[in-house]
Design a binder for this molecule. Structure first.
Ligand code: SF4
Ligand code: SF4
Length: 396
């Protein structure tokens, strides 16, 4: 009965139709639909969320549209089409951003609907060949890169046994911005935390999970959780929204226990910035991470931080918050499967943001790297705040 009320939009759409049409539609869409599984419902949908899907907007192909991916998944599941590398490829044209769920009348995430199929095909060793190198790295190094020669830029104080916070830099920061660990530690210290940096390069397992490599994910996540728990820290501070989501939600679903309270750095800054009277005469725009905005339900986090800075003009882009338009970072499998499309999606977003301001603020080092690769002026939120505290920020 409650299900019927959720579908009142159908009644609206049927206004003006004959009684016979109304009754037949109500029976099909409201009564009978409870017998239909979610993948089939999505496959039958006229792509109502297409406009919100970054892959679909830029790629503009039916097979990689949200409903198109569900249709391919359904055909594969029902054995209407052969399970081979070509046919399963559209299942990897997804950013796992959940933007579809925001516009979907059923709140479906296509990524959630199709991930079980990726899991089946991973077990059968059927996946796009471009992912082989990535999977080999994950198996060999428990990380998407070999970072054995990288060390965070900080001297951990071994004589201090109790550290309130453990800073987990994650793979993108350690590969491209290892010096920022120092900045982040200092920022957390002036926010009254004693900090230790996690220096072993095991990634959070996000990509293994999204690929459907669940045994590999469990292996990575269990080892990482044991190491993190051994620090006895009160807080685990992450800098990557995907790490935060994986630690908070995916580890929980897999019953992997992390003892510290998990924060994304932007959440922590938002809680502790009250004591700092920050000023900056500058115009900026923001790129909201879909993982923070949608999966972690923090759609206004960046804006909430920035609007408390005196003199800062924050120009919101057309697509922000829950309606953000995700870009492709190296922690997304689409980056590995189709670099050209990844570049086009990032270009689309960069061009949108540059219409609003030359300075882009992000809450993800993967996003920072993607915008920098396109030549845009971009700062990650912790480095932006650190520069303001130290009077190093630019002015307009
Ligand atoms: S996710 Fe929802 S709106 Fe998007 S195609 Fe599927 S059913 Fe339609
Ligand atoms: S999760 Fe994101 S990329 Fe994937 S279908 Fe939905 S909107 Fe498109």
């Amino acid at each position: 009965m409650f299900e019927m009320f959720k579908d009142k939009w159908i009644l609206e759409a049927l206004k003006g139709s004959s009684l016979g049409t109304k009754l037949s539609a109500i029976k099909k869409f409201i009564v009978d639909k409870s017998k239909i599984d979610n993948l089939t419902k999505c496959a039958l949908c006229p792509n109502m969320c297409r406009f919100a899907c970054p892959v679909s907007v830029v790629h503009a192909r039916e097979t990689t549209s949200p409903s198109g991916k569900s249709r391919i998944a359904l055909f594969l599941k029902k054995n209407y089409i052969e399970k081979n590398e070509t046919n399963i490829r559209p299942l990897y044209y997804c950013l796992a951003c959940d933007s579809c769920s925001v516009s979907c009348p059923y709140n479906f995430s296509v990524n959630e609907l199709i991930r079980p199929l990726r899991e089946n095909y991973y077990k059968l060793a059927i996946y796009p060949q471009e992912l082989r190198e990535l999977i080999t790295m994950l198996k060999e190094f428990k990380c998407i890169y070999n970072l054995s020669n990288k060390k965070p830029d900080i001297k951990n104080e071994e004589n201090i046994n109790i550290h309130e916070a453990l800073l987990y830099p994650g793979c993108i920061m350690m590969k491209y911005y290892p010096n920022n660990t120092n900045v982040l530690s200092k920022l957390l210290e002036i926010m009254d935390l004693s900090v230790k940096v996690f220096s072993e390069m095991i990634d959070c397992g996000f990509l293994a999970y999204e690929l459907g490599a669940h045994e590999l994910f469990l292996e990575i996540a269990s080892e990482l959780a044991n190491k993190i728990n051994s620090y006895n820290a009160k807080y685990l501070i992450t800098v990557c929204p995907e790490c935060t989501f994986t630690f908070r939600d995916v580890y929980h679903d897999f019953k992997i226990k992390l003892r510290p309270k998990i924060y994304h750095i932007a959440e922590f800054i938002n809680e502790r910035m009250e004591g700092f009277a920050l000023k900056q005469n500058l115009k900026v725009t923001i790129h909201d991470s879909s993982t923070l905005a949608i999966k972690l339900k923090k759609p206004n986090l960046l804006n909430d931080i920035l609007k408390r800075i005196e003199g800062l003009e924050v120009i919101l882009p057309v697509r922000y918050g829950l309606n953000t338009f995700e870009i492709v970072g190296e922690n997304s499998f689409l980056y590995w499967v189709d670099r050209d499309l990844a570049y086009e999606i990032n270009k689309e977003r960069g061009e949108e943001l540059s219409k609003f301001a030359n300075n882009i603020i992000v809450a993800s080092f993967a996003a920072k790297k993607s915008f920098e690769d396109l030549g845009y002026g971009v700062k990650e939120i912790s480095e932006f705040i650190w520069d303001l505290i130290n009077g190093l920020g630019e002015s307009k």
